[in-house]
Design a protein around this ligand. Structure first.
Ligand SMILES: Nc1ncnc2c1ncn2[C@@H]1O[C@H](COP(=O)(O)OP(=O)(O)OP(=O)(O)O)[C@@H](O)[C@H]1O
Ligand SMILES: [Zn+2]
Length: 848
């Protein structure tokens, strides 16, 4: 294996694959001593907080995740501090006598992590009363520092250990009856914490939805059972009503609420209260779901269902996936199927196979393509599907989570967070449109669902199926060096041809036509489409009306005071808005700088395009779809079903309309400006452009009437646009890989980014310089070859009033980049009064 192969996004095996059967069983001691070295005990009350803020000794060392053939040996190992155990034994000339050892080892310890600083893990003693019940994956209350109240923490391990020479404090209380995540998920949390350099407590907060943690939609109910050892004599001495209550309870033999008892006996709740006081009735409090949670019914958009006979190509793909499912091994499959090749049907059939063996599956899709159509396709084929989406109420989310955990759900469909769905018997994970950037979370923990899904699948010994018409460079590279198995579906179903793509060179005046965004050829094509009773889709990846507001007299650009980015003019309501922070003002009627009366709105957004389209095609029914028009729940679904029913002739909008839609009557797709993503200061700009154009082009020609695509561009010769216009994915990746290789950019090398932000520019920059110095010395100490760029202001130099600087680290191996940062920042602190934050983004997808 080469160095290059080894650091690929998909190849690292973060932890030892486990027997699938064991994976969902919660064991009380899933971590051996060697997996979790002795963690420090909780800071005692006497120590000042500052003493225990130092996180160096508490991070999980990188060698916790043993390597295998795909994961190169961690180069940095032996420099760990000697463990506390080793230090302790050195103090003794001879070993302690055996009886002392026995006493010491008798202590049961819990390793606890916290989501707020200090993050732990710290060791606590488990008191005898909790011995039986405390399991990893549960929340506990423990004493921490000087705090009066106990602090909420997560138990990550239960282990036997020594209490000698350590001041151990006791776990105070259990906050859950059963673990919120099983042993396999606890391990996933620990791995994520390590890989993404985030405290494990914060990963738990991401993994377990807040609605679940808060018990949304539940209430506490008290159930009564009769005390043990009640004699008939005791009972007959009770007043009549109380007797009746006790006898009823004994004869029914099931715990009952006070209200139910009162009704059954025909008394008030008073006798029950008295019995409780006398300890004849024993209360038990349970948390239960409300029976009346409103689960929003979601309807299909009207697509007709038919049983499909798989094409030969689909059948071959299915067989390979089924073989992988049956193999019981963790492996990655890349399903590269052109747009309209019928990937969804393959996923469904593969999941049917999993379900037939009592297994379950997760399907992740970009939120935006979680259309009623996608939903409907799955819901009509499985008995029990849980669809997770961002517009769910907390109680609804909690309700589904419980169903999923109880094993009542066969398929979970959702955006990236669905990767954490606590399904027992998970047999397959599918990541549809795996190239989509929404699979990366852009807040802490900045995880990528593909990477996490890979970790989870490998640990459980199940396949991860990646699907796309335009696979990411990472997935493609993995398939080329044997880390993922490539399954190709090069043809559309029913032998439909790929649509013809025509490039319109906007530099040529004749092509461009008059004023406006719709060129002459596109104009003609739309008219033709409408005449033929077909439908059209126009893509423009910018919302708003005008994207700049500039004074033609003094050149002043109206910008956001907090972000320095130009404000976008929105026509409805005459607002000028910052698209980075939502700062909004009334659009100024004259120049705020020189008072010139005649300020100009430049640049093109979807609102302006809509106006132009309505003027140019007065007979067409036109709908706009962007995040401004799709704010209300259900609006997405409504527009899509109108489009399906033929009540809309033209759909125009942002990338929302580029993904996953399958409407047979779309005869024309127009791309207003293919270059919009091309000139971003990002090494993935060409890849994004290729994907966007290919995906939107793929929305046409999906029926029997064929389809065509018109792509407007200022750079028709650009390789990404050329390749997209010929549906030539292979040519694109081949050329793009050469570019990546020049600078060892992913997937050939690994990148991490550190963002430093603060209210004062010079102080923020000074902190960034300080981090650079630490990174350099960590690199030298490790003897690693990491390229460090910056600190420099990123393209967005100021955001929400904070100045920003960033550093980029790049090396051939991910482990080297990670370890360099871990070492550099281990005990790095900033002065709290400067309010400077720094955050680490491993494998960033956004460099703005
Ligand atoms: N075996 C088949 N026979 C006939 N029609 C099929 C078959 N398989 C799928 N289809 C239909 O082909 C259309 C395209 O399928 P699907 O939406 O799954 O494509 P896709 O590969 O996911 O495309 P995209 O990447 O563009 O989303 C759908 O309308 C689907 O019902
Ligand atoms: Zn702003």
């Amino acid at each position: 294996m080469t160095m290059l192969d080894s650091q690929l996004m998909l190849d690292s095996q973060p932890f030892v694959p486990e027997d699938r059967k064991n994976a969902s069983v919660v064991s009380s001691a899933p971590f051996s001593q060697s997996t979790f070295p002795q963690t420090p005990s909780a800071p005692p009350a006497e120590s000042s907080p500052a003493e225990f803020l130092n996180p160096t000794s508490v991070t999980v060392p990188s060698d916790s995740f043993p390597s295998d053939e795909l994961f190169p040996p961690e180069p940095f190992k032996s420099q760990e501090e000697p463990s506390a155990d080793a230090a302790q034994t050195e103090l003794f000339e001879t070993n302690p006598p055996p009886w002392e050892l026995a006493v010491e080892d008798d202590v049961l310890l819990a390793s606890i992590v916290f989501s707020k600083s200090p993050h732990g893990p710290y060791d606590y003693r488990i008191p005898d009363s909790l011995r039986e019940d405390l399991k990893p994956g549960m929340r506990v209350g423990v004493p921490l520092g000087h705090r009066k109240k106990s602090t909420l923490g997560w138990c990550v391990a239960v282990k036997e250990g020594s209490a000698a020479h350590r001041k151990l404090r006791d776990v105070a209380e259990l906050l859950d009856d059963t673990p919120l995540c099983d042993a396999a998920l606890v391990r996933l949390v620990m791995w994520m914490g390590h890989y993404y350099q985030v405290p494990a407590g914060q990963v738990f907060d991401t993994l377990i939805p807040s609605s679940v943690r808060a018990g949304a939609g539940t209430r506490q109910t008290t159930y009564f059972t009769p005390a043990k050892d009640l004699t008939d004599e005791q009972i007959s001495k009770l007043p009549a009503k109380q007797q009746a209550v006790v006898r009823l309870l004994i004869s029914s033999g099931k715990p009952t609420t006070a209200a139910e008892l009162a009704v059954a006996v025909g008394c008030t709740e008073d006798p029950i209260r008295r019995l409780r006081k006398k300890e004849i009735l024993i209360p038990e409090v349970r948390r239960e779901m409300h029976s009346n949670i409103r689960i929003l019914a979601q309807h299909n958009d009207g697509e007709r269902k038919q049983k499909l006979e798989l094409t030969e190509q689909q059948q071959a793909a299915l067989e390979r996936i089924n073989t992988a499912v049956d193999s019981g091994r963790g492996r990655t499959l890349l399903l590269h199927g052109v747009t309209g090749s019928g990937k969804t049907e393959v996923y469904i059939k593969a999941i049917e196979h999993v379900v037939s063996q009592a297994g379950s599956a997760i399907v992740m899709v970009p939120e935006i393509s979680l259309t009623p159509q996608t939903r409907g396709r799955f819901e009509s084929r499985f008995d029990s599907v849980a669809v997770l989406h961002s517009q769910m109420s907390p109680s609804e989310r909690h309700y589904h989570w419980q169903r999923i955990r109880r094993g009542e759900v066969q398929v979970v469909i959702g955006p990236r967070s669905a990767v954490f769905a606590p399904l027992p018997n998970l047999g397959l994970i599918v990541l549809d449109e795996e190239h989509d950037t929404s699979f990366k979370q852009d807040s802490q923990p900045r995880y990528h669902a593909r990477k996490v899904a890979h970790a989870r699948a490998m640990a459980l010994g199940i396949p991860l199926l990646l699907g796309s018409a335009t696979p990411s460079m990472e997935a493609w590279h993995a398939s080329q060096c044997g880390h993922a198995e490539l399954i190709s579906m090069p043809n559309r179903v029913a032998n439909r041809p790929m649509p013809d793509v025509q490039l319109v060179d906007l530099r040529i005046r004749d092509e461009r036509g008059g004023s406006g965004a719709i060129s002459r050829p596109l104009h003609a094509a739309v008219l033709e489409t409408i005449r033929d009773k077909g439908q059209a889709i126009l893509l423009l990846n910018r919302r708003g009306f005008a994207t700049t507001i500039q004074c033609p007299s003094c050149g002043h650009v109206v910008a956001c005071p907090d972000c320095d980015m130009p404000l976008t003019h929105h026509r409805d309501g005459g607002k000028a808005m910052c698209h980075y922070c939502d700062y909004t003002i009334g659009t100024p009627p004259w120049c705020p700088a020189c008072r010139f009366d005649g300020i100009r709105y430049g640049g093109l957004g979807t609102q302006k395009l809509e106006m132009e389209a309505k003027a140019k095609f007065p007979n067409a029914r036109i709908a706009r779809m962007d995040s401004d028009t799709m704010k209300r729940p259900g609006s997405h679904q409504r527009v899509l079903s109108e489009f399906r029913n033929g009540d809309i002739d033209m759909l125009l909008g942002t990338q929302m309309i580029a993904k996953g839609l399958d409407f047979p009557n779309v005869l024309l797709v127009g791309v207003i400006n293919a270059d919009s993503a091309l000139h971003f200061p990002d090494f993935r700009a060409a890849e994004r452009t290729f994907q966007l154009v290919t995906q939107v082009a793929g929305r046409t020609g999906r029926g029997d009437r064929g389809g065509r695509v018109i792509v407007q561009t200022f750079t028709p010769e650009h390789p990404a646009i050329q390749a997209a216009s010929r549906h030539d994915y292979h040519k694109f990746v081949e050329e793009e890989m050469v570019n990546r290789r020049k600078f060892n950019y992913p997937p050939l090398g690994s990148v991490a980014r550190i963002i430093i932000r603060g209210p004062l520019e010079d102080k923020t920059e000074a902190v960034a310089d300080g981090i650079l110095a630490r990174l350099e010395s960590a690199r030298d100490l490790l003897g690693s070859e990491v390229r460090i760029l910056g600190p420099a202001p990123p393209p967005i130099g100021r955001l929400r009033g904070k100045y920003r600087f960033h550093l980029l680290l790049q090396a051939t191996e991910a482990a080297v980049v990670g370890e360099t940062i871990r070492r550099a920042l281990a005990d790095f602190k900033t002065d709290p009064k400067d309010e400077i934050e720094f955050l680490v983004d491993i494998d960033p997808v956004n460099l703005l």
